[in-house]
Write a protein that binds this ligand. Structure first.
Ligand SMILES: [Zn+2]
Length: 306
């Protein structure tokens, strides 16, 4: 009888401990592999947390914790056989990247136009290497292009989706950069990496096959920039109220940093071959072209891998 009482007490205590532990773990959250305390959990804080934590490890140390090669700006030669990511590759990223991984910083101290910049790295299952040769061994050295998109959702939900590991090739998606309604530039994929912004697509008749099981696309030579859609456009109607002046300004600033000429700036709806894409809707092309004259072109955002 006495023994049963002590057994029951022990089980009760274990249960209480397990409950306390689960509440504590539930209050933390992963962002780029770091557990954040509960008080920085609300929407918006997540982005701020990432930029307030610049690269802490030296590049050499960070490389050892980088199974995805996120820090490495090298090109891969040609695609291998499609395969599912390993458990390690599906895990959180344990490195934090500095702004200099997304653009050259040298001249920015005298640039009066630098917008608010934020780093929110996509999970590496949602982007890949840029290749020197396509899946059939043909050279893939096309001139770079910029493809413009819109998110159709908020910046935060787009970030959440891109930071979720996706083991299946068909679910993987990302842009290099988001431009929020207030003009904030949110860097998600390093420019020398291949973001998965377009499926079946071509530019001037050119596309590159990097995955034997998926359609060829422009991704191997594209820099994908997406404008956050205004509230009244978070639906599938054909138009909305358009983008803010701050978004056009930041877009022109980012474009000037890529050095890509206006003839090679295009839209998802124009490169799409699936017939299912119409973004960016309600986009003012002449307004952008006018703003492009305002900023000197540079190659501070370098798309080519080394
Ligand atoms: Zn798009």
């Amino acid at each position: 009888m006495k023994k049963t009482f002590w057994q029951a007490l022990a089980i009760l205590l274990l249960g209480v401990c397990a409950f306390v532990l689960s509440v504590r773990v539930g209050g933390a959250e992963f962002v780029e592999g770091n557990r954040l305390p509960r008080q920085v959990n609300p929407i918006g804080q997540k982005i701020a947390q990432v930029i307030s934590n610049p690269l802490q490890a030296t590049p050499a140390q960070a490389q050892t914790n980088d199974p995805h090669g996120v820090l490495n700006a090298a090109c891969a030669v040609r695609p291998g056989k499609p395969r599912r990511p390993t458990r390690k590759e599906l895990g959180p990223v344990r490195v934090q990247l500095g702004l200099d991984r997304f653009r050259r910083m040298d001249a920015s101290f005298k640039d009066p136009n630098v917008p608010k910049e934020i780093i929110a790295l996509a999970h590496p299952t949602n982007f890949g290497w840029r290749y020197k040769f396509d899946a059939n061994g043909r050279p893939a050295n096309q001139a770079p292009i910029v493809v413009l998109h819109e998110t159709v959702s908020s910046a935060q939900s787009t970030i959440n989706f891109f930071q979720t590991p996706h083991p299946n090739d068909a679910d993987q998606v990302s842009y290099h950069v988001l431009i929020d309604l207030d003009g904030a530039v949110i860097y998600m994929v390093p420019p020398d990496k291949r973001a998965f912004g377009a499926g079946n697509s071509q530019f001037n008749g050119i596309s590159v096959k990097t995955n034997a099981t998926l359609s060829s696309s422009v991704n191997n030579f594209a820099y994908h920039i997406s404008l956050v859609t205004p509230r009244d456009g978070r639906n599938n109607k054909s138009r909305h109220s358009g983008y803010t002046n701050a978004q056009y300004d930041s877009l022109a600033w980012v474009l000037s940093k890529t050095g890509i000429p206006a003839t090679h700036i295009t839209a998802h709806k124009l490169v799409d071959r699936s017939g299912s894409r119409s973004d960016p809707r309600s986009f003012d092309g002449p307004k952008l072209l006018n703003l492009l004259k305002k900023y000197p072109r540079s190659a501070d955002i370098a798309l080519s891998c080394r």
